[in-house]
Design a protein around this ligand. Structure first.
Ligand code: HAM
Length: 419
């Protein structure tokens, strides 16, 4: 019989308890931030109809879909992202929903990616979306929640930045350069590949979309715009895209995170449904892939068959942020110690230990009760490595006297309590 590998399939992940400490730190911060900003939780099936997910060619994600046929011949897929599913769910109840809606979810997504640092074939993605409003306050709220989550995870402000641009702005600038609107979606997708493929390959892609040499040169020149002022000079003070971006920076100022934002025309996004402001967060040193990304997608609802409805949202994966956090905080980042560890010397003290554990649990304390009798040295060794704040060890003398020492594992102090 051939031996079965103990490894998870390539690109998939197992989470041992020590890994879950990190994962929970991230998930807790996501949930806390979403609730704090008044978003409602939703969820959906992991398996989607392939038809909903099949997309314009050129998008990387369309080539990465895990697709299969079920036993009845239905063409299905594991979702690579949540946004098409969200659009489907909203379209299904569009007449009854109290727009604007603010929804969040934490969804496992699958993409058959080339495995590199920060990219797996399965990841968990926090999604925050606001549907039914054109106000730029929506973008600001979503970014505000992301900032809140990053801070809750322990990420220092100086360690990362949110790069912001606008497809509407790039569209205006491309139009000024004489590039027809019909070509813009293909240009966006091609330019998003910058850094991943060579400029010559991007030029070849643009050429295949019908851009001549002059238009290709103008397109590349646009990417050299380095500031919002420069972009304003090109697009004009009255450009709606410029006004929108400026409004976002102003609200971010009031919300206390403007110092984290930077205009970066190179942020385009690889998904074709974005229509307005787009953003991506990176570590300050740019050593890692994007931590999160998103933007405005005002046409997607209509594209899946719903009523035209403005929307904006963000996807924030657990992989890259986990890598950045580990590097900044260290593998042994302190975890909050909480609750009790209870042990006992012999089977004769077990029932007293069970009663004490039950009493403490009734009082809403977290209690880890030893399953076997053991020597104090063993017990305290294990307790020291656990997440418990207090350790209680019951020996025959403690049970006889009805009193026991509670040891604070953080301060090393002990206090006597009645059993
Ligand atoms: P996305 O940029 O494709 O956007 O993914 C969002 C985030 O998910 C990335 O920044 C990264 O943190 C994580 N991510 C994506 N693929 C992988 C992977 N293979 N391995 C690890 N992490 C990954 C979207 O998916 C949009 N649907 C987000 C959105 C929501 N836009 C509007 N609403």
């Amino acid at each position: 019989m051939s031996t079965i590998s103990f490894e998870a399939p390539r690109g998939m992940r197992d989470f041992y308890p020590e890994d879950m400490v990190w994962r929970n730190r991230i998930f807790d911060a996501w949930r806390d931030a979403a609730e704090h900003f008044g978003f409602q939780n939703y969820d959906a099936c992991v398996v989607e109809s392939l038809e909903l997910l099949q997309r314009k060619s050129g998008e990387e994600v369309s080539e990465q879909i895990y697709a299969f046929e079920d036993k009845s011949g239905r063409k299905l897929a594991l979702r690579p992202e949540m946004t098409p599913t969200l659009a489907r769910m909203v379209a299904a109840k569009q007449k009854r929903l109290p727009f604007p809606i603010k929804w969040y979810t934490m969804a496992q997504c699958f993409r058959y990616e080339r495995m590199t640092r920060g990219r797996k074939r399965e990841h968990d993605q926090w999604n925050m979306d606001i549907i039914g409003s054109q106000e730029v306050l929506c973008e600001a709220e979503i970014l505000g929640a992301a900032v809140y989550a990053m801070r809750a995870m322990g990420m220092p402000d100086e360690a990362w930045r949110i790069h912001v641009s606008s497809r509407a702005l790039l569209g205006e600038l491309l139009a000024v350069s004489g590039i027809a609107e019909a070509q813009h979606p293909a240009v966006f997708i091609a330019l998003d590949k910058r850094g991943k493929i060579s400029d010559e390959e991007i030029a070849a892609l643009l050429c295949s979309e019908g851009l001549d040499d002059g238009a290709i040169e103008k397109t590349f020149r646009l990417l050299n715009v380095t500031s919002l002022e420069e972009a304003t000079a090109l697009a004009g003070e009255n450009s709606p895209a410029i006004q929108n971006l400026k409004a976002l920076f102003t609200i971010a100022e009031s919300m206390g995170y403007a110092h984290l934002l930077m205009f970066d025309i190179a942020v385009i996004r690889g998904l074709s449904y974005y229509t307005g402001i787009v953003f991506e967060a990176f570590d300050a040193q740019r050593k890692f892939r994007a931590i999160f990304g998103g933007g405005r997608y005002d046409s997607l609802l209509a594209l899946v068959g719903g009523q035209p409805t403005p929307a904006v949202g963000m996807g924030f994966g657990d992989v890259v942020v986990g890598e950045v956090l580990r590097e900044i905080l260290g593998e042994d980042a302190p975890i909050a110690r909480e609750g009790y560890c209870i042990g006992y010397m012999t089977a004769a003290e077990r029932s007293a230990a069970v009663c004490l554990a039950t009493r403490l649990r009734t009082e809403k304390n977290r209690v880890d009760l030893s399953l076997v009798a053991q020597k104090p040295k063993h017990f305290f060794g294990k307790a020291g490595n656990s997440n418990a704040r207090f350790a209680i060890f019951l020996g025959p003398d403690d049970v006889a006297s009805g009193k026991v020492q509670v040891k604070d594992l953080q301060t090393r102090e002990s206090q006597e309590i009645n059993l």
